[in-house]
Design a protein around this ligand. Structure first.
Ligand code: ASP
Length: 314
């Protein structure tokens, strides 16, 4: 397959075609094999990746660092900007331009929607969106879709139930967009009225020929799910703390609710969990948020670095 992702930015799922996603998935499989066989190789030797993270992160940050290192790249590891010139008042544009001079690829996380796309306009090296505020988290959406398809062998006909803060949770925006691009499925959005899935994402589902339902009661739909995708109420997006306190435990997946979930379903979560899944669920064989989801995140990020930075037929 031709590598039509060479030199490109990954700032939103919107800019990826189905063929792009297939290419990324094929490369992800190759990376999984590579890591299992020999931990990685040196194909990105001489390249430098910068993680420009303006917002906290554990998994996304460390998996990008691991992805770069497993392929032999160097890394400028910025996780938080308190020790950089941003703290002295440097503009976003200047920070991004400076970092681009030392690197072959920028991985940008920012609390404000649209910042990674803005960064891509300032520089001529590939920019990857590692989460922009309440907007998108494309790499998470990609590897979660990869994980679902790997397990079921298809997307068509599945029922995916997304639960929690669908308004502010960027992962469910990117996941929805990726899933409807890759197949015909049923989405069930479970959220309190004030945390509903945003209009633009719901419109995308309809435009792509998908279908969705919206309900408030998790217990009434959980037994329909092939995938239960739980999310955290996004505390950092709330101006009113009492409103957050009111909503934070709206849905809790515990042992009693787990009994209603299909035997061969998947229970997923982008992490961190802040009370919406009880720890007794962690060891259930259907729960993959501490296992496959994490490994696939690494493989997919390795795949993206390879595709964006190395030319040639893949
Ligand atoms: N880690 C995910 C994100 O960065 C999910 C979350 O924080 O709740 O969006």
């Amino acid at each position: 397959m031709k590598n039509f992702l060479f030199g490109k930015d990954i700032v939103s799922i919107d800019s990826l075609s189905k063929e792009h996603v297939e290419l990324i998935f094929e490369k992800t499989r190759e990376m999984a094999e590579l890591v299992k066989k020999k931990d990685g190789d040196r194909r990105l030797e001489g390249k430098i990746i910068t993680t420009a993270f303006f917002e906290p992160s554990t998994r996304t940050y460390s998996s990008f660092v691991a992805a770069a290192q497993r392929l032999g790249a160097g890394i400028i590891p910025l996780n938080g900007m308190t020790n950089t010139s941003v703290a002295k008042g440097e503009s976003f544009e200047h920070t991004i331009k400076v970092l681009s001079r030392y690197s072959n690829c920028l991985v940008v996380r920012h609390p404000e929607p649209g910042k990674p796309a803005e960064a891509a306009g300032f520089v001529d090296i590939p920019v990857i969106n590692a989460g922009d505020g309440i907007n998108e988290h494309p790499t998470q959406g990609l590897f979660d879709t990869y994980t679902i398809r790997q397990y079921f062998g298809k997307i068509d006909g599945l029922t995916v139930v997304m639960v929690g803060d669908l308004k502010n949770g960027r992962t469910v925006h990117s996941l929805t967009k990726t899933l409807v691009k890759m197949g015909k499925l049923t989405l069930i959005y479970v959220a309190p009225g004030v945390l509903r899935m945003p209009n633009d994402v719901r419109n995308t589902v309809v435009e792509m020929g998908g279908r969705f339902d919206e309900v408030e009661n998790l217990a009434s739909v959980i037994s329909l799910a092939d995938v239960v995708y739980m999310t955290r109420v996004q505390k950092e997006r709330f101006l009113d703390h009492t409103e957050y306190e009111r909503l934070k435990d709206y849905y809790v997946l515990d042992k009693s609710l787990l009994h209603k979930v299909k035997k061969n379903a998947l229970i997923m979560h982008p992490l961190p969990i802040a009370g919406e899944i009880t720890s007794e669920v962690d060891s259930d064989s259907r729960a993959i948020y501490l296992t496959q989801e994490l490994s696939n995140g690494l493989y997919l990020r390795m795949a993206l670095l390879d595709l964006l930075l190395l030319q040639g037929r893949k």
